[in-house]
Ligand binder design. Sequence first.
Ligand SMILES: C[S@@+](CC[C@H](N)C(=O)[O-])C[C@H]1O[C@@H](n2cnc3c(N)ncnc32)[C@H](O)[C@@H]1O
Length: 269
Amino acid sequence: MPSDNHEYVLVTGDAGAARLALLHDTYGTNTESLLRELGLTAGMRAADLGCGTGTVSRWMASIVGPSGEVVGADVSADQLEVAAREAARLGLPQLRHVQASVYDTGLPRDHFDLVYCRFLLCHVGDPAAGVREMRSMLRPGGVLLCEDVDVGSVECDPPSPRYDRMRDIMLALGRFRGVDYCLGPRLHRVFREAGLANTQVRIDQPVLSRGEPKRFWEYTFLEAAPAMLRAGLTDESELRELAAEMARVAKDESVMVAQAKKVQVWARR
Ligand SMILES: C[S@@+](CC[C@H](N)C(=O)[O-])C[C@H]1O[C@@H](n2cnc3c(N)ncnc32)[C@H](O)[C@@H]1O
């Protein structure tokens, strides 16, 4: 089994919750509409792997209702603490959380109607092993939906060489860690390798001139900055310049920022 020593470089727990809420503001609308289109409904059994602070798990639990079941799983105890606290606050007994890696969830085989993950597989060294595990959790006819990114598609217009540089350092960090922050476009091939042949694909790329969602990747890159420094990919002085440029771009409504493409790949077992 693959190991989990591909350190997750973004912030977890309460300190990272606002960025994950912004992730949902930026990309959540068509996550929810595709999950509905794939049949998520009252009484279903669903799992959300790499659930983070649980934004999507809670929404799924509201759809499946008290007669359904949702499991949110993540390797990070800090993420799960926030997720469980929010689920309790909202009163969602149909939602439970488990601390587990996507490589080996310990969750039942041949059980779930729907298994889902968002922006998880780009953080793991062996995404095919993760897809195989998620496939094995599905009942025959159940559906696997994975959403992942193409960080290489982040860009500004008019162009900003410093924004591009920040994106490229993020991509170099992925290579350094043995993960692929541009996994999205080839994710359909990973499905095939994992024995899911009947894949379908959609792409969403918000392009924004204003508002907090315009800053989602700026905040993501800044969360990864300590790992970039540890890897020797940049230095404090360059990071200050890059952060100042991203803040300038955020304020200037004449600059459009293309957020990373989100690629949705799904298939039935
Ligand atoms: C970018 S966050 C996305 C969270 C959530 N899916 C969302 O869209 O809001 C990625 C999550 O994957 C988790 N993670 C990283 N490696 C993992 C692994 N091997 N197994 C399960 N979760 C993992 C991290 O702890 C983090 O919560």
